[in-house]
Design a protein around this ligand. Structure first.
Ligand code: SF4
Ligand code: SF4
Length: 304
């Protein structure tokens, strides 16, 4: 299989992004993730299969979707469509999204080849060149589809696009090193240093993630790496957890550490795919975040 023809599942291509690396970038959202962070703001990214989304706000309660679904995956009950997710298998021939008059239905997940994706990425090459930007692979976890992600990175490199990745770090060492060799910059999450707590909140231990970070730093000492820590209420919103991460990160030169505040922007997306948001009413006071950012910055300053 050539790189051009290697295919994968993505759910969005966001152009003109300025928050995910240097300059103007195109951000590609891969579908599928080995973690199940309770606070995930892209829940539609987690499952590595296409998923139907339903927006009750846009629904006209006409019942068309229940009539056109040949799998019987939508039951129209009391004037409202109810998606039977165990029966729903979105595929190109599905009519529900095309015939819904309210635009209430959509599908998260589209199969593309790396060659098709590259052609889309190249449409904005002039902006990347002028701004020092490029392409960022995110998701979901791009390296959860290693063959596809590496094919996209190789093609992007051959086309002289600057490459970046946002990774949770949970992949094999071989895949991580292969990806790092094709990157100009890398964003990796370190969420917590305690393996048991990490497992309880994300579904996996942090051991592989930390090892991958160390291996990448050793093999590519000049690769600019930014470690990101989402600050999550009840999980790591305390000085002890943040300090432990900052102390670990500062052992490695040339690595930036950035805290990201918890937000609730993804809540509607949980409802659209028939799930409940995992964090309930939890919130992060601005003062708490500011204090923790000072804690991390102080440790970094002490290193200089
Ligand atoms: S076809 Fe669209 S508008 Fe009509 S009931 Fe189904 S989701 Fe609602
Ligand atoms: S996506 Fe396909 S299987 Fe699912 S409800 Fe729509 S028509 Fe039925």
């Amino acid at each position: 299989m050539t790189d051009e023809k290697t295919s994968g599942l993505i759910f969005n291509v966001q152009k003109f992004s300025v928050h995910d690396g240097e300059g103007i970038r195109t951000l590609v959202f891969f579908k599928g993730c080995p973690l199940r962070c309770r606070w995930c703001s892209n829940p539609e990214s987690q499952n590595a299969v296409p998923e139907l989304s339903y927006s009750v706000q846009d629904c006209l309660h006409c019942g068309t979707c229940a009539k056109v679904c040949t799998r019987g995956a939508i039951r129209f009950t009391d004037g409202t469509p109810v998606v039977q997710r165990q029966l729903c298998r979105p595929e190109p021939g599905c009519l529900c999204t095309r015939t819904c008059p309210g635009g209430a239905l959509g599908i998260y997940g589209k199969t593309v080849t790396a060659g098709e994706l590259l052609r889309q990425l190249l449409e904005d090459q002039v902006f990347y060149v002028r701004s020092g930007g490029g392409v960022t692979l995110g998701g979901g976890e791009p390296l959860h589809q290693p063959d596809f992600a590496l094919a996209v990175l190789r093609l992007a490199r051959r086309a002289r696009l600057m490459t970046n990745i946002e990774t949770c770090g949970q992949t094999s060492v071989e895949t991580m090193l292969s990806a790092a060799a094709l990157l100009d910059t890398m964003f990796m999450d370190i969420k917590c240093m305690d393996p048991d707590k990490h497992r309880a909140w994300t579904g996996v231990s942090n051991e592989r993630i930390l090892e991958n970070f160390v291996r990448v730093r050793e093999a590519f000492p000049r690769l600019p790496i930014t470690i990101r820590t989402p600050v999550i209420p009840g999980f790591n919103d305390n000085a002890g957890d943040i300090e432990a991460i900052a102390r670990f990160v500062r052992r490695f030169s040339g690595v930036r550490h950035e805290l990201l505040p918890y937000h609730r922007y993804g809540e509607q997306k949980y409802l659209r795919i028939g799930r409940r948001p995992g964090m309930g009413e939890a919130s992060l006071p601005e003062e708490t975040f500011a204090t923790l950012r000072e804690v991390a910055e102080k440790l970094h300053d002490d290193q200089l």
